[in-house]
Design a protein around this ligand. Structure first.
Ligand SMILES: Cc1cc2nc3c(=O)[nH]c(=O)nc-3n(C[C@H](O)[C@H](O)[C@H](O)COP(=O)(O)O)c2cc1C
Ligand SMILES: [Fe+2]
Ligand SMILES: [Fe+2]
Length: 405
């Protein structure tokens, strides 16, 4: 059965939710599903903006058919060819063989690489600044290179201010009937999923996201954007500055909040205890916006997400075969891969015969940009002892002074 929603008088959401996918991109766990969004515009011509993952192909096709109500599909605008959106293109071509594809030249190359049988006369290539009129609506195309693929573009409806933003402004989590961000408690319920999506999928490309935001401001004018229609998650029609502000923070690697994330690696529990002691000492000093995570039992996508949120980070790790405990090492590698920068970090190390994790973690952090690694740190032998408490107090003082300044 079809299941679509109206975005404006003549624009319809024809996407679908996937609750079965366990790992997005086969790496990031999903606990609340994900939506694949696509949109149909009913103008003098009919236009489909992007397609959907193969997993929801049947629902997606039913939705398009219901919205078209017998009209032919004239155009398919492809903003992004990653298979979570492009997989159903061939199905569209089979059902509406006369449909004309409107997309970027780079997208055409990628479509061929993925094996879609698209002939040159089926495609109308568009470049940055090009516009196309479908009747009442004129769409402007803006290139969004490396947000987060090279061919990505966004499409802006100059007639009513709808921005088809591709993966930008996307989020994990299924929509389940609701569509607009103002139909949810976004800040309470969704923001963490939106941040986890952005930081892990697009986080590395902050400069490119900044470039896109600046271009959108220049070409389109941010005030002229009335709706943001992303390829995942809710559509924005109110309070757009809220989500744009979040994007500005994430893209510039500025923390959203002053707060301390404590991530520990511990086999037998002694480093964990040290992390707890530090958290208590921080609370004693008035620093209560703290989060404590076991690196072994927290998926790294959550750690990365909170790292983009908070200003301060404490890493506490055992030494393992003269190295960093492997899950902690992986977390550090992911920080580097995602271009994380601009945080204040403190280190706690543990080892029973040759503690080295502190120096090794410092060396990894020094590979990141604009990281302020505090000189104070704690080294313990097997477990936290009375003689370590003065170092722990000094560390708590240094972190508190930095957070509360
Ligand atoms: C496989 C393995 C390798 C280890 N390698 C080292 C090491 O190279 N240097 C060291 O000082 N301790 C090493 N240790 C000891 C732990 O780091 C140590 O017992 C730790 O202090 C205990 O902290 P925890 O209770 O938080 O796990 C190793 C332990 C294991 C199980
Ligand atoms: Fe994508
Ligand atoms: Fe996507």
């Amino acid at each position: 059965m079809y299941n679509f929603r109206k975005v404006t008088d003549d624009l319809f959401w024809v996407g679908a939710n996937d609750h079965r996918l366990a790992l997005f991109e086969n790496i990031h766990p999903l606990y609340h599903g994900v939506s694949y969004n696509a949109y149909v515009l009913l103008d003098e011509k009919t236009v489909l903006f992007d397609t959907a993952d193969w997993a929801v192909g049947r629902q997606f096709i039913e939705n398009i058919q219901a919205v078209l109500a017998g009209r032919p599909l004239d155009y398919l605008v492809i903003n992004h060819v990653e298979p979570d959106h492009a997989a159903s293109i061939e199905e569209i071509l089979l059902r509406w063989p006369k449909v004309k594809i409107v997309t970027s030249p780079k997208a055409v190359i990628l479509l061929h690489q993925f094996g879609f049988p698209i002939s040159a006369d089926q495609v109308e290539e568009v470049r940055e600044g090009d516009t196309k009129c479908f009747g009442k609506h004129t769409i402007a195309f803006v290139a969004a290179p490396m947000v987060h693929w090279p061919e990505a573009m966004v499409s802006f409806d100059t007639t009513n201010g709808v921005l088809f933003s591709a993966d930008a402004f996307g989020s994990f989590r299924a929509l389940d009937g609701k569509l607009f961000a103002d139909e949810f408690d976004f800040d309470g319920e969704w923001l963490d999923d939106a941040r986890r999506y952005y930081t892990n999928i697009v986080g590395k490309y902050g400069p490119q996201v900044q470039a896109l935001l600046n271009k959108a401001a220049g070409i389109v004018g941010l005030d002229n954007i009335k709706y943001i229609c992303p390829l995942h998650g809710p559509v924005w029609r109110k309070d757009l500055s809220y989500i744009i502000d979040k994007y500005v923070h994430w893209a510039t690697y500025e923390p959203e909040e002053k707060g301390v994330m404590i991530v520990y690696a511990s086999m037998y529990g002694n480093t964990e205890t040290a992390a707890e002691v530090l958290a208590s000492k921080l609370a004693d000093r008035g620093v209560t916006n703290t989060r404590l995570y076991d690196v072994s039992s927290t998926h790294v996508s959550y750690l990365i997400s909170d790292l983009f949120k908070y200003s301060h980070l404490v890493l506490a790790s055992v030494t393992y075969n003269l190295g960093i405990f492997p899950p902690m090492h992986n977390f550090l590698a992911d920080m580097k891969a995602l271009n994380l920068q601009n945080r204040t970090v403190a280190l706690v190390e543990n080892g029973s015969w040759a503690p080295r994790s502190g120096a090794l973690m410092r060396a990894e952090l020094e590979k990141l940009k604009h990281m302020d690694i505090l000189d104070d740190g704690v080294t313990m032998a097997s477990s936290l002892q009375e003689q370590n408490l003065s170092d722990m107090d000094a560390l708590a003082d240094a972190i508190a002074a930095s957070v509360l300044k």
